[in-house]
Design a protein around this ligand. Structure first.
Ligand code: AMP
Length: 308
């Protein structure tokens, strides 16, 4: 079994979509990444921080799925990160209404000894200095370092972000973020520029329009499965990243071909995540449902034309 180290937020999320709203529910990038990665044969460990207000059942939900939470620090007297978002009618865009960093504000990540030799490291969307701190604690250079980030860090911590981007292998960002990072409108040009910054592989997520993988002159595209109903997109990007990282930690083979597979696995899992609020769908997902939908994915893009 491969070892996967995941760094990211564990959160209280409060979500409003055109279909309804939630109270405070379990969320956070590391939560979604962990739940997706736990669908693979991997030893997944999470490094994160929460306050003492975190319900024990939330951490148990992760433990029950064999996610190692020994790297999750519980700060006595502290409050857990809280995020509130509201989606627009098309569900493609959202407004962040509240971000309370709480314990995440002074987070000093400590990688457990057992995970300092992880082959794959998934750096969830966090302050780039935290992401850098995790890389520096590894015993040796992991086989693969994947990084997720967002416009907020480009606006506020550019230099630190550039420092960490230099050290990673794969970046996963959405189309707008790729444009912001490079000043290029063309995603092909943007991907080339990003590769010059450090990462050998660039994954650009386009929400309901799928994801693109770039590596040198190679491009691969994976669609998103057209769904009858998207209920709540929260965590779809993290679920994608968790599936991507989990698959690669399982196969322990890093090549353009295996990354293509990883993108399909990530897209497949993300298609479930959006079907219910928060983590609800990921928590009751069954292996046969995953396999069945993978078949649908294959059907979706299989065609046979003679090239003459
Ligand atoms: P996604 O929908 O994949 O972009 O991720 C949504 C998750 O990211 C939610 O569960 C939030 O708790 C978490 N999140 C939102 N903003 C931040 C932030 N600034 N730092 C860390 N996690 C965040």
């Amino acid at each position: 079994m491969g070892k996967l180290l995941i760094v990211g937020s564990i959160a209280f999320d409060e979500i409003e979509t055109p279909f309804g709203k939630t109270g405070k529910i379990l969320g956070g990038a590391a939560t979604f990444i962990g739940l997706a990665a736990s669908q693979f044969k991997v030893d997944a460990g999470v490094v994160s921080v929460v306050g003492e207000d975190i319900p024990e059942e939330y951490l148990n939900l992760l433990k029950e799925r064999n996610i190692d939470i020994s790297g999750v620090e519980v700060v006595q007297g502290g409050k857990t990160f809280y995020w509130k978002g509201k989606y627009h009618n098309d569900l493609n865009s959202r407004d962040t209404l509240v971000t309370e960093l709480n314990t995440l504000a002074d987070f000093n990540p400590i990688v457990p000894e057992d995970y300092k030799d992880a082959e794959v490291v998934m750096l969830g969307n966090l302050h780039p200095s935290i992401q850098l701190g995790v890389i520096q604690q590894m015993n040796e250079r992991p086989k693969l370092i994947i990084l997720d980030t967002m416009n907020f860090w480009m606006d506020n911590t550019w230099d630190e972000l550039m420092e960490v981007i230099k050290l990673i292998d794969v970046i996963t960002i959405n189309d707008e973020e790729a444009r912001q990072l490079t000043g290029e409108h063309s995603l092909v040009r943007a991907a080339t520029k990003i590769q010059e910054m450090g990462p050998k592989y660039v994954v650009i997520k386009k929400g309901e329009h799928g994801a693109l993988l770039f590596h040198k002159e190679h491009i691969f595209f994976a669609p998103a499965l057209p769904l009858e109903e998207v209920f709540d997109p929260t965590g779809a990007g993290d679920t994608f990243a968790g599936g991507f990282a989990g698959y690669l930690a399982q196969v322990k083979n890093i090549s353009f071909e295996s990354l293509k597979n990883a993108i399909i696995q990530g897209s497949n899992l993300a298609s479930f995540c959006v079907e219910r609020f928060g983590t609800e769908r990921m928590l009751d997902l069954k292996p046969h449902e995953i396999d069945q939908r993978l078949g649908q994915f294959k059907e979706l893009t299989q065609f046979n034309i003679e090239l003459t």
